[in-house]
Design a protein around this ligand. Structure first.
Ligand code: ZN
Length: 206
């Protein structure tokens, strides 16, 4: 397994899926953002950037340019991870705002605009207003990520942000279950492993 394998989307929030873009699904850590190509592939899987924009970026970028953006994406990711790990499990306090200043600085670089397009969702011939973004340079690839993180901070209850209880698992998720009893990134990855370990433990005891 390497970063060509499908990325992990178990966070139940795109902002946490971004943090989960480095993980250890089996026993070797995989960083899906380890280079520029990896970043493009991850953005496509996360559906944060239109495919045609990614194709154009790949064709037009200067050598090394996308790798540099991937470096920045990883720095952004680890900065945001420290923020989330320090704040999870309780409501976000108002003093968090000053800490979020670097994210606000990223967000203010955004160049969004709207476009009237044919609404493809139905055949009624009506139009839809679609938010768009100018992609002036490869660094603009960081902007939809920044937007995702900003929306995460403003819409999710940090009380429900949890780390998977799996041994050595680093995956994070928002527990949107009604009883707030979610414990694992996924049953397939950690839940079953924990069940098997408990089962072996019980066998040993008896
Ligand atoms: Zn896990």
């Amino acid at each position: 397994m390497d970063n060509h394998s499908p990325a992990i989307f178990v966070g139940d929030a795109p902002g946490l899926d971004f943090l989960n873009s480095v993980a250890t699904p089996v026993d070797t850590p995989i960083d899906w953002l380890s280079d520029g190509e990896g970043l493009l592939r991850w953005l496509e899987q996360a559906e944060l950037v239109p495919r045609e924009t990614l194709v154009a970026m790949r064709e037009q970028a200067l050598p090394g340019e996308l790798d540099k953006v991937a470096d920045q994406a990883r720095s952004l990711r680890e900065w945001f991870r420290a923020f989330v790990l320090a704040r999870k499990g309780k409501p976000l306090a108002s003093d968090a705002l000053s800490e979020l200043e670097p994210l606000n600085r990223l967000l203010e670089r955004d160049e969004g605009f709207g476009r009237i397009v044919a609404d493809q969702r139905d055949e009624s011939g009506e139009f839809a207003f679609r938010p768009m973004r100018k992609w002036r340079s490869p660094e603009a690839l960081l902007l939809p990520i920044g937007e995702t993180l900003g929306r995460f901070v403003c819409t999710e209850d940090f009380s429900d942000v949890k780390a998977c209880e799996g041994h050595a698992c680093t995956l994070l998720f928002v527990d949107h279950t009604r009883g707030h009893r979610r414990r694992w990134c996924s049953m397939a990855m950690c839940g079953n492993r924990a069940k098997q370990a408990a089962h072996r433990h019980r066998l040993k005891q008896s």
